[in-house]
Design a protein around this ligand. Structure first.
Ligand code: ZN
Ligand code: ZN
Length: 437
């Protein structure tokens, strides 16, 4: 008789004996009148009494060599048809499908929870800062009107809003905090969100997808008009100087690296930063980087000649910047160096707000006041402005300001120092006030 011809009960008896391990397989099989085969335990099929909970077919034992097992009761069971074994990690088709659905359900729950938690109201255009408005302008230029921004941090125009990647990253945080952008949960990989036990959510903003979260239609926004009408000269200047400063600090790093002086650290760096910030209120980037270029070169010579520590060379750069202004280098602007790539905010400012050539602005700078004169004078050429008319207008404006402050009970001393006027001008304005009454 062959093994496969044995009834299930007979086979069970033989296998029970097999695990008792008293005889060799050969003797055991001969004892039961079965023809010997060397791989007996691997080829035998022993059914158990149970049925498969998935498909109802007969379950069988997963027979193991007695080297690893000593009794039938220790054996695992598996469905003879669908392969279901009833364990948590069962690889039968049904269990794999079930786990897949469970996972999808879990993700769907996570997604709707995140949507609820991360929902923010649309933000109105007049809540945006000047820099945020410029960013909206950049989006407009790129033709992004569908409001889906994708993974913002990966977009070239965004990576290039600042010359340092960490500044661009911080800008995402700022946009997010002010609700200018909103997380697009549908398009973001849910693995990048971590739900904490207290139901709070943490995530890494640079990896997520975003929407533009504006109340207004992006295509209907006149960014230049908004900038000029809503912001004071000082605010626009601050925004523009920040962009220029970013480029100057980058150029400083480029030059110190080129001259093998490494990167300047704080506190020297922050001293230079503040100083350049002041310079940029008055001078173009092209002029400031000429001074930077020469200052780093001299510091490098100083280091080589006197073999000083690198920190001393860094301090020398700061001193040189001051000295080189006195030497008049600030009067000679550089063209934009090829290694200093213009960032996308600067590009937008020149082209769409100043309406000037980027290289011209780089070399000659741009006075924000001009923006307002051009607006007030309409299409009139700057050369044609009548100095007498302009003087009168300025004076009349000043008188109006003084009157308004007086009407609001602001003390005379304050008005004089605040408007930077003399007592004579004040009296003259008050005089007019009386005449009118
Ligand atoms: Zn089954
Ligand atoms: Zn299964």
């Amino acid at each position: 008789m062959k093994v496969k011809d044995l009834s299930n009960d007979r086979l069970r008896e033989i296998i029970e004996e097999y695990y008792q391990n008293k005889f060799t397989v050969k003797i055991l099989l001969e004892k039961h009148g079965v023809k010997y085969i060397s791989n007996f335990i691997q080829t035998a099929t022993l059914y158990c009494d149970e049925e498969c909970e998935i498909c109802g077919s007969k379950m069988k034992y997963k027979l193991e060599s007695r080297a690893y097992c000593s009794s039938i009761s220790e054996l695992k069971k598996i469905c003879s048809v669908c392969g279901h074994d009833g364990t948590k990690n069962c690889y039968c088709k049904s269990c794999i499908q079930h786990r897949k659905l469970e996972k999808e359900k879990e993700l769907e729950e996570k997604r709707s929870f995140l949507k609820k938690v991360l929902e923010v109201e649309l933000v109105s255009l007049d809540k945006l800062s000047a820099k945020e408005l410029i960013f909206v302008g950049v989006l407009q230029e790129k033709g992004i009107g569908g409001y889906d921004l994708g993974v913002l941090a990966q977009k070239d125009y965004f990576k290039n809003t600042h010359t340092y990647p960490e500044d661009s990253f911080n800008f995402i945080i700022e946009l997010l905090r002010n609700n200018v952008i909103k997380i697009n949960v549908n398009e973001s990989n849910l693995e990048h969100f971590i739900l904490k036990e207290n139901k709070s959510v943490s995530y890494y903003p640079a990896l997520l997808s975003y929407y533009l979260n504006l109340n207004e239609d992006i295509n209907s926004i006149d960014v230049r008009k908004e900038i000029i009408e809503r912001f004071k000269i000082g605010d626009i200047e601050e925004c523009w100087v920040e962009i220029c400063l970013d480029e100057c600090m980058k150029y400083l790093d480029i030059r110190t690296t080129a001259m093998e002086l490494g990167i300047i650290d704080n506190p020297i760096k922050s001293d230079i930063y503040s100083f350049l910030q002041e310079l940029l209120m008055e001078y173009s980037v092209g002029r400031v980087i000429n001074v930077i270029y020469k200052s780093v070169n001299y510091a490098s010579n100083f280091k080589v000649e006197y073999d000083v520590e690198v920190e001393k060379a860094h301090k020398a750069i700061y001193t040189n910047i001051k000295n080189n202004i006195a030497k008049g280098y600030i009067k000679e602007p550089f063209d934009r160096p090829y290694e200093l790539v213009q960032n996308s905010l600067s590009e937008y400012f020149c082209k769409n707000i100043f309406k000037r050539d980027s290289n011209e602005v780089f070399k000659q700078g741009f006075s924000i006041n001009e923006l307002y004169c051009i607006e007030e004078e309409g299409q009139q050429q700057k050369d044609e402005i009548d100095p007498i008319k302009e003087g009168l207008e300025t004076y009349n404006k000043l008188v109006l300001q003084i009157k308004e402050l007086i009407a609001n009970n602001v003390p005379k001393d304050f008005i004089i120092s605040y408007l930077k006027i003399t007592e004579e001008i004040y009296n003259s304005a008050v005089g007019e006030n009386n005449d009118n009454c």
